[in-house]
Design a protein around this ligand. Structure first.
Ligand SMILES: C[S@@+](CC[C@H](N)C(=O)[O-])C[C@H]1O[C@@H](n2cnc3c(N)ncnc32)[C@H](O)[C@@H]1O
Length: 312
């Protein structure tokens, strides 16, 4: 049986296991370095549930039983999120990006700005967008809705997202006036308002296997693919995202993340906030992206394209 005096499992042994296993799941060790304690604790619990003595025995199980990889994969998802995470990103979305995307949507005759939150955890990110739209931008763009699709691989997190109940610590970065406007108190927790839920479609989906149909004006993929996935998988995901984002639309990644080198479909828009512009088809894009990234300057969004049936 698992030796509880060695709980949580030995860091060196767990790191060796992760270095061996993660590439087989198309993930990379460097993304897990800082969060490994959380993952190793879960692996320790799994060892205990299986009655295995140590990490070597778990590795032997993985080598013998393909089904165990699904369990390990699930142990490697990191659910950390909060409302208005990285405030500067939401400030930029509010002041520059969403107004530009709304103008673009209006110019194309679209009834809504369409957004996708990929890896939405317990709903903090898509609800933050909905709050921002409802309490700030909706008045400026009364002819438009904000429609959000929010996906995550973890059904338990999605259930929490649909329930919409949050502790005070999840809300600490949200402007206080919006906390009062967006939530009602239920004991120690805060319940998100029904109107804010209405525009969000929560779906279970593994980013490695599928994506919602576009087109989208805005995709947020923060602290998921560009931290944890290996580079070839990141490129595949980017190509599929590029096919779903309208030219002039935006991709937002985490502020500590970067896109794979020589990426051509996206150019930096507000680099410090991890905000990229879906490039138009004018080449050469890579040179432009590299120059902008090197200088740290912003690229002005191109004028809205002519209305296209895809965008309606
Ligand atoms: C660290 S959280 C980030 C949440 C939010 N995007 C943010 O930045 O606050 C990562 C989320 O991605 C989800 N995730 C991990 N792998 C995934 C995959 N292959 N497909 C979809 N979601 C995934 C996890 O379940 C988790 O909810």
């Amino acid at each position: 049986m698992y030796d509880s005096t060695r709980w949580p499992i030995d860091d060196t042994a767990c790191v060796a296991l992760l270095r061996w296993a993660l590439p087989r799941l198309r993930m990379r060790w460097s993304g897990f370095r800082k969060v490994r304690r959380q993952v190793c604790k879960r692996i320790a619990r799994r060892l205990r549930a299986l009655g295995l003595p140590d990490v070597d025995a778990y590795r032997a199980l993985l080598e013998a039983d393909a089904a165990e990889w699904k369990h390990l994969d699930a142990l490697c998802t990191i659910p950390i999120s909060r409302f208005w995470r990285d405030r500067s990103v939401f400030d930029r979305l509010r002041e520059e990006v969403l107004p530009a995307l709304a103008e673009r949507a209006l110019a194309s005759g679209a009834p809504a700005v369409r957004a996708w939150s990929a890896g939405c955890a317990s709903g903090e990110e898509p609800y933050s967008l909905a709050i921002l739209w409802r309490f700030d931008l909706a008045a400026r763009f009364p002819a438009l809705r904000l429609d959000v699709i929010a996906t995550d691989v973890d059904e338990r997190l999605l259930a929490r997202a649909r329930a919409g109940l949050y502790g005070t610590s999840s809300l600490k970065d949200l402007p206080p006036a919006w906390i009062d406007a967006a939530f009602t108190r239920r004991g120690p927790r805060h319940a998100i308002g029904n109107l804010l839920r209405a525009g969000i479609d929560f779906r279970r989906q593994d980013l490695r296997e599928g994506m919602p149909e576009g087109p989208f004006h805005l995709v947020l993929c923060r602290n998921v693919a560009f931290t944890y996935f290996d580079e070839p998988l990141q490129r595949e995901i980017l190509a599929r995202m590029a096919a779903r984002i309208v030219p002039g639309g935006a991709l937002v990644i985490g502020i500590h993340e970067s896109l794979p080198p020589a990426e051509e479909d996206f150019v930096p828009w507000i680099p410090r906030a991890g905000i990229y512009l879906r490039a138009t088809d004018q080449r050469p894009r890579a040179g432009r992206a590299r120059r902008a990234a090197a200088s740290g300057r912003r690229i002005t969004a191109p004028p809205p394209p002519a209305p296209s049936p895809r965008d309606r």
